[in-house]
Design a protein around this ligand. Structure first.
Ligand SMILES: [Fe+2]
Length: 363
């Protein structure tokens, strides 16, 4: 038995924001735009959205205070502005951080939730959400998840509900043309991680596997060529792959790589993609044991011979190392073991397995 739900209407391709007028008009007469501080102003995405809203006579206000790995405090500030301004819908423009912030801001505009209830629910429907990605990694434009930094819990945590699916995803790869090299690599590896983890997850389905293989196929051809200037056609493939990989995790969820990666981001400052990239080869060694056929298929699609070969490639792509003391390993292992990522993984994940992986990636 499996189910498939993908309620987000997706527009994909160069100039797609301008084509979405009828759908955007139906969402109301005033919008809250949620962005980071700079990139939405520089890559053309905010201007494209504003020009569409103004052509439709829709008023808008801007909340451009979203930091990387946005905090609960930040989304509360955004929601206070949305309520005060009486907006009808929320448009998240940017990478995963602004899109994820927009989802919870939309939720907090219609729900009174303290910090504990925010991560648990139940929720009433949020304001309608529009997501405009400007990086190719998170896939948040097509998922029901928002990942926030919860300082009171001391880690990143997700708010998850089918109510969080954006009504509209407007994915224009031209907004990613000037993404810096390090971010291009990080986000591509995040998307790869979504495709692989979703493919291997206990909750994977025949439908999500189709998208996962397709996402890996589009990423695989560019993996060895993510440096320097990338032409539009490559940017388009990367965004297509990340959107497909987002559909994969919206069905199958993420697994141990994401669960183990969050403490590395929170405590060690590693970007989300780098954290995943460090962990992915070790994770694939487990999958070669427990999911041999699917692991073989991954290597076939990506063009690697095995986890060893993939690990050597990743070391070259992301040469960073992370300093982890024995105390760090013990603490992060205990944190990981409490997450759903353990149960979602197709392997008998014990604390010993997790701690061995942390030890294997440290300097
Ligand atoms: Fe991710």
């Amino acid at each position: 038995m499996f189910s498939y739900e993908m309620p987000t209407k997706l527009y994909f391709g160069k100039g797609c924001v301008a084509e979405a007028g009828d759908d955007v008009k139906a969402l109301g007469s005033k919008a809250l735009l949620v962005t980071g501080r700079r990139s939405a102003k520089q890559n053309g995405s905010q201007a494209a959205v504003v020009s569409l809203l103004e052509s439709l006579g829709i008023e808008w206000v801007l909340f451009d205070d979203v930091e990387a790995n946005p905090s609960v405090e930040t989304v509360r500030k955004g929601a206070a502005l949305g309520r005060q301004e009486g907006v009808d819908f929320v448009v998240g423009i940017g990478g995963g951080s602004p899109m994820d912030a927009a989802k919870v801001i939309a939720l907090l505009c219609t729900n009174e939730l303290d910090d504990a209830a925010l991560f648990k629910g139940p929720y009433k429907a949020p304001l309608p959400i529009v997501a405009v990605p400007t990086t190719s990694g998170t896939g948040s434009e097509v998922t029901k998840i928002s990942v926030l930094t919860n300082h009171s819990a001391g880690t990143k945590q997700s708010v998850k509900s089918p109510l969080l699916y954006p009504k509209l995803a407007l994915a224009d790869p031209s907004f990613t043309m000037d993404v810096p090299e390090a971010v291009t690599i990080d986000t591509a590896i995040d998307a790869l991680s979504h495709a692989i983890e979703g493919y291997m997850a206990k909750a994977s389905t025949p439908v999500s596997d189709v998208w996962a293989e397709e996402a890996m196929r589009f990423l695989g051809v560019h993996l060895t060529n993510l440096r320097g200037h990338l032409p539009y056609a490559v940017r388009e493939d990367l965004m297509y792959a990340s959107t497909l990989a987002g559909i994969v995790i919206s069905q199958a969820g993420t697994t141990l790589v994401h669960g183990m990666g969050y403490p590395l981001t929170y405590y060690k400052g590693l970007s989300h993609g780098r954290a995943n990239g460090l962990l992915l080869p070790q994770y694939m060694k487990l999958m070669e044991e427990s999911m041999a056929d699917k692991a073989e298929r991954v290597w076939e699609i990506l063009g690697f011979s095995d986890a060893e070969d993939f690990g050597a490639f990743m070391k070259d792509l992301m040469p960073e190392v992370v300093e982890l003391s024995n105390e760090d390993v013990a603490k992060f292992t205990a944190m990981t073991m409490k997450t759903n990522s353990v149960k979602a993984t197709s392997y008998d994940v014990t604390a010993g397995v997790v701690s061995n992986i942390y030890k294997a990636i440290r300097r």
